[in-house]
Design a protein around this ligand. Structure first.
Ligand SMILES: *[C@@H]1O[C@H](CO)[C@@H](O)[C@H](O)[C@H]1NC(C)=O
Ligand SMILES: *[C@@H]1O[C@H](CO)[C@@H](O)[C@H](O)[C@H]1NC(C)=O
Ligand SMILES: *[C@@H]1O[C@H](CO)[C@@H](O)[C@H](O)[C@H]1NC(C)=O
Ligand SMILES: *[C@@H]1O[C@H](CO)[C@@H](O)[C@H](O)[C@H]1NC(C)=O
Ligand SMILES: *[C@@H]1O[C@H](CO)[C@@H](O)[C@H](O)[C@H]1NC(C)=O
Ligand SMILES: *[C@@H]1O[C@H](CO)[C@@H](O)[C@H](O)[C@H]1NC(C)=O
Length: 414
């Protein structure tokens, strides 16, 4: 029944493909295409609700793709209520349709116009290594590349269940619509940092939420197993802007928590509600630039204590701790800088041993060189090799391997 419904939605959505297209992309906040059709709630998770050729010049930006589609699909939020999101699918120029990479980009912002489906047109965004080269390399190997706006239309940055569901449902949507992928195509997940949140939660939730899917693997880098550590450690760090983005992201789906958060923000003084809420309009780079030097706990009437209220703790507990929502059923590759300054490596050690203890297939590489941003570059080639191997059907690692490596493309401490 679900499949029939999904097929029906896909058919209706395909009809819409013939509708006139705008030639240059509009920001999602101004583009009526970014709304769910009436009655979308009754469609099953992963049903295609709208489909269009991606507007603008995306096929000239990524020179190894012949076509690009925007897909609006049904998903489920962290309260298990119907929701929807958009993904971008890039089709390689030369392909036999045997592989699909779901690439979760760390956009880490509650600004709805910061989503990849729009930001991909912005050279400053795709120019941030290794985003552009990862996508190009994947396409040039003949892989389809799926790039979901996994925070969904609500921009729920950091909300694990929402992001996991949206990632799984984006893969379902692509498989439902087909796009000439082989029936036995392999598919895998890849995400670093903010992208690792979506990828890891997708891997955790898959058995429960998308049991018919069978991922070939998931590469998860620079991950954040316990979100409270980023709240505690933020002030004075270059990445401090993640604190306002995360608190706003966490409370988007939880009105009582949002009301509480607003009640805790000071109304006067240099660190007040206005200065905190402008983060709603910041992409992650701008949030980094603005908040890096600020005493962030000064925004709150009770300082850091304000962030410990039960109404927020409930959200952290439901959506902020990895390793409690299921056991990933696919081979996992974790990579992390031992000196990662955003989220400690100990938390990843614990997460990995949790999965290893219950029979997970895990390869975990701890890189002694560089910090969080450096590892995104240093670990990139290893992650890519893992993905080549799982998508090519040659991956033969079993059990659990934890090893220390020293990858030095850059030894930047950040
Ligand atoms: C694509 O269009 C955007 C504006 O929408 C522009 O900034 C960018 O440079 C263009 N890229 C290419 C490769 O044409
Ligand atoms: C499809 O292409 C991949 C990568 O080039 C190759 O490994 C695979 O054997 C091909 N599959 C088929 C069915 O031709
Ligand atoms: C998360 O980290 C906090 C410290 O910031 C700790 O108190 C808490 O027990 C941790 N929770 C989990 C589930 O690991
Ligand atoms: C709030 O903070 C901003 C700086 O972010 C400042 O310009 C403004 O005057 C402050 N408002 C009040 C009422 O203190
Ligand atoms: C596993 O794969 C690697 C690389 O593809 C190969 O060198 C190795 O011999 C394989 N091991 C087994 C046990 O098949
Ligand atoms: C990394 O490589 C650079 C350039 O080769 C070198 O100067 C640096 O000492 C290396 N860093 C470490 C930690 O090995």
């Amino acid at each position: 029944m679900l499949l029939i419904l999904a097929a029906l939605w896909a058919m209706l959505a395909t009809l819409a493909l013939s509708a006139p297209l705008s030639s240059s992309p509009l920001p999602p906040s101004q583009d009526p295409w970014y709304t769910a059709p009436l009655g979308f709630e009754t469609a099953p998770p992963g049903a295609v609700l709208r489909l269009r050729c991606a507007p603008g010049n995306i096929t000239t930006i990524f020179t190894s793709n012949s076509a690009a589609y925007s897909v609006l699909y049904r998903t489920t939020d962290s309260r298990y209520q119907p929701s929807w999101a958009v993904t971008t699918l890039l089709i390689p120029k030369q392909t036999n349709g045997s592989a699909l990479l779901s690439y979760q980009i760390p956009y880490s912002s509650v600004d709805i116009d910061a989503v990849p489906s729009f930001a991909l047109y912005n050279p400053a965004f795709t120019g941030t290594p290794p985003i552009y080269s990862d996508i190009q390399s994947a396409l040039s190997l003949g892989w389809y590349v799926n790039i979901p706006d996994f925070e969904t239309h609500t921009a729920s940055f950091g909300v694990g269940i929402t992001e996991g569901h949206a990632t799984l449902d984006s893969v379902r949507a692509v498989l439902n619509a087909g796009f000439d992928l082989a029936a036995d195509a392999r598919y895998a997940l890849w995400g670093y940092s903010g992208g690792s949140i979506a990828s890891e939660w997708a891997a955790e939730l898959q058995a429960q939420s998308a049991p018919e899917l069978s991922f070939a693997g998931a590469a998860i880098g620079g991950t954040v197993p316990n979100v409270t550590t980023i709240l505690t450690g933020a002030p004075g760090q270059w990445w401090a802007g993640l604190l306002p983005e995360a608190l706003l992201g966490f409370t988007i789906e939880y009105p009582a928590a949002r009301d509480y958060l607003l009640s805790q923000l000071k109304l006067t003084g240099p660190y007040n509600r206005t200065g905190f809420l402008v983060a709603e309009n910041f992409g992650v780079e701008q949030a980094f630039a603005v908040y890096a030097t600020q005493p962030l706990f000064e925004y709150f009437v009770n300082g850091y204590e304000s962030l410990l209220a039960p109404v927020l703790q409930d959200i952290y507990k439901n959506n902020g701790y990895m390793g409690y929502h299921g056991i990933p059923q696919m081979p996992l590759y974790f990579y992390k800088a031992t000196h990662d300054e955003i989220a400690s490596i100990e938390a990843v050690d614990e997460l990995v041993s949790r999965y290893c203890d219950v029979g997970g297939n895990v390869l975990y590489e701890r890189d002694s060189i560089g910090g969080h941003l450096a590892e995104e570059i240093n670990g990139d080639a290893s992650a890519f090799r893992f993905l080549q191997s799982v998508l090519g059907g040659t991956y033969n690692h079993t059990g659990c391997t934890v090893r220390d490596v020293a990858l030095n493309i850059t030894d930047s401490p950040l």
